[in-house]
Design a protein around this ligand. Structure first.
Ligand SMILES: [Zn+2]
Length: 282
């Protein structure tokens, strides 16, 4: 599953796909409300109004870099709040390798933010130690985001995530802390989109006159394009997350920009009344 933005190729590697059971993350997105948004069906919701979501990584190949954007849940992790996110044993790296991306071939890892479902494969358990999965990669974290979770992780699950999936990268000297509007390559620039987390960033791809947008978790699901105020329970600042959604979607609505979410597949953003809708790409 891949797309091209000029000379940049983007490939989606799925770790987990789910249907329904999203009330814990998007409580306002009831089945009844989702059924009022027929453009979500069938790509992003079922006829019954249950949300389709995924946890995935995006491999972004520019002429000079091979970048993995967000790294899912990972294997062997413990202390997660969602029971099925603990002690996972899935062939995700084998899947990446089969798609042409063995871990050692990756030169850059870029996390849109440092939540549990975006940093898991940063590390793997080897000989009882958490070591960088992508041994030859620099790991790029937003400085604001990194310093927040380093200094303010206050619950056991957040401490576990930072300790097993972020701190070992810094300890190994492989972390590059950058500004939220950092330009990573000629083609790849970060866009600050705080609200879901303090230093959340989205990723702007530009090449040969074409554009792409990797939103991260500005929205967990396209239903939040129609309902900008439907903040997720994971948003650290729900009011700011609404502002970030409005600004980002306004900027790219009605353009041919290829959009891929942190938990939903490729499409285009369109204006719809006072808000937006999302049109799936096949
Ligand atoms: Zn997420």
């Amino acid at each position: 599953m891949h797309w091209n933005v000029g000379k940049v190729k983007i490939t989606r590697i799925v770790e987990l796909e789910t249907v329904g059971s999203t009330r814990f993350i998007l409580p306002l997105a009831t089945n009844e409300e989702i059924q009022k948004l027929p453009w979500l069906i069938p790509h992003f919701a079922t006829a019954e109004g249950r949300l389709k979501m995924s946890i995935h990584s995006l491999v972004v190949e520019t002429p000079t870099r091979r970048i993995v954007v967000d790294t899912g849940l990972g294997n062997d992790k413990q202390g997660r709040n969602v029971p099925t996110w603990n002690n996972r044993n899935e062939p995700f790296l084998e899947r990446m390798t089969a798609a042409g991306f063995p871990p050692e071939s990756v030169d850059t890892v870029l996390c849109t933010h440092l939540h549990v479902d975006h940093v898991g494969w940063n590390t793997r358990l080897t000989g009882g130690q958490w070591v960088p999965t992508f041994a030859n990669a620099r790991y790029v974290f937003g400085r604001t985001e990194y310093e927040h979770w380093r200094d303010y992780s206050d619950t056991p699950d957040k401490i576990a995530v930072f300790t097993d999936s972020v701190k070992p990268i810094a300890d190994a000297g492989k972390a590059d802390l950058v500004a939220s509007d950092h330009r990573l390559t000629e083609e790849i620039t970060l866009i600050p989109t705080p609200g879901h987390s303090p230093g959340h960033v989205s990723i702007h791809v530009q090449s040969d006159g074409e554009t792409g947008l990797l939103t991260g978790d500005v929205a967990h699901h396209p239903c939040q394009m129609a309902h900008l105020g439907w903040s997720s329970t994971a948003d650290s600042d729900p009011a700011l997350s609404v502002v970030s959604r409005r600004e980002l979607f306004s900027r790219f609505a009605g353009t041919p920009t290829l959009v891929i979410g942190g938990h939903f597949n490729a499409g285009h953003i369109r204006r719809e009344g006072a808000a937006f809708k999302y049109v799936a790409l096949e």
